[in-house]
Design a protein around this ligand. Structure first.
Ligand code: PLP
Length: 338
């Protein structure tokens, strides 16, 4: 069935971002592929990253893990650990987050399968507290992790968490130590340790200025024109009549809306490209439709227009984070990989 909106994703950009993060971190680069690889489609992303040399993958839950098929040389870990209702998938490691999870893992795992551990160094989200580390005595730890709360800004917590993590790494034996997400990789090599775990930047997100010119855009949005119409000076466009035409002009109604992840924050702020021109969004973005001012552009029903969706600037325009923009992309797109 024809789909009137497309997400075009570039495999080469994913591989190049992987290579760029390898170069910046000078260590092993894994990949966070949770949330369907941030909305882009986990199957193709994993396949592309495997080809780029990635061997370490991270998802949030065991049901996500069950949907990822990996060759034997690659490894998968579940960031939310090992909960009361979880059962082991052979070859997949939990990232244990609490004393309860460590106990549960020890008691349900008589074969001594290896696991990862997350230690909380100041974010107060997931991970064992610094006061609970005795619970790890004798545990076979594959990779010991922590996670920064403020890596996308220059915040004193970054250095404090780094210092705490260094102390933990010297006290608790593990095969590997890992601290950095995309933003932390961009701060500097001292955050890289033995493994980094980027997600966002593999998919074109730029969480810090250091990533500009280094990280390439992966996804572009294209929508078909359902209808064009003329509005006269004084006419309003869309729900609640927020846009009032100051002159006579033509508009196009595009087949994309907030149900597709083109959020209401783009109302009267977003842009669409047509033959090199930038056409402003006029009025409220609705669930399935968005209107743009055509000015002098020749655009007809059925034409495809590209939505301007460069992640850092789209985040500023819409007031959403780059993460929300990616993971919000809806299921109505035809996801086309080039
Ligand atoms: C999601 C996640 C990542 C990836 O973070 P990005 O900011 O997308 O690079 C890394 N580590 C942990 C623990 C995560 O939950």
């Amino acid at each position: 069935m024809h789909r009137p909106l497309r997400l075009i994703c570039d495999k080469r950009a994913v591989s190049q971002n992987y290579a760029a993060l390898q170069e910046r971190s000078a260590t092993v680069v894994g990949a966070a592929v949770k949330a369907d690889a941030y909305g882009l489609g986990v199957a193709t992303v994993v396949e592309t990253l495997l080809e780029a040399g990635c061997r370490d993958f991270f998802v949030s839950t065991w049901s996500e893990a069950a949907a990822v098929a990996l060759p034997p040389e690659a490894r998968l870990a579940v960031l939310h650990g090992f909960g009361t209702a979880d059962s082991v998938i052979p070859g997949v490691r939990p990232v244990l987050n609490s004393v309860e999870q460590v106990r549960r893992w020890r008691s349900l795992n008589p074969d001594g399968l290896s696991c990862d551990v997350m230690v909380d160094t100041g974010m107060n989200r997931l991970g064992l507290s610094l006061t609970d580390l005795a619970a790890l005595d004798g545990l076979q730890i594959h990779t010991l992790h922590s996670h920064l709360a403020c890596a996308d800004e220059d915040h004193p917590l970054n250095q404090l968490q780094l210092k705490r993590f260094r102390e933990i790494a010297s006290a608790i034996p593990a095969n590997r130590y890992s601290l950095a997400n995309s933003a932390a990789i961009l701060i500097g090599r001292e955050f890289a340790f033995d493994l980094v775990r980027p997600g966002l930047s593999l998919y074109g997100g730029i969480p810090r200025a250091e990533g500009e010119g280094v990280i390439q855009r992966v996804a572009s949005l294209h929508a078909q024109v359902v209808q064009t119409r003329k509005v006269n000076a004084g006419d309003t466009v869309g729900y609640n009549a927020t846009y009032v035409a100051r002159r006579d002009h033509r508009i196009a109604i595009l087949n994309i809306g907030y149900a597709d992840g083109y959020f209401r924050g783009f109302s009267d702020r977003g842009y669409v490209r047509a033959a090199g021109a930038r056409l402003p969004v006029v009025g409220r973005v609705s669930m399935d439709l968005t209107a743009v001012d055509l000015t002098d552009q020749e655009v007809a029903e059925g034409d495809w227009l590209e939505i301007e969706w460069d992640l850092p600037s789209a985040a500023r325009q819409s007031g959403m984070s780059q993460y929300e923009l990616l993971t919000g992309l809806g299921s109505r797109f035809e996801r086309r990989w080039i």
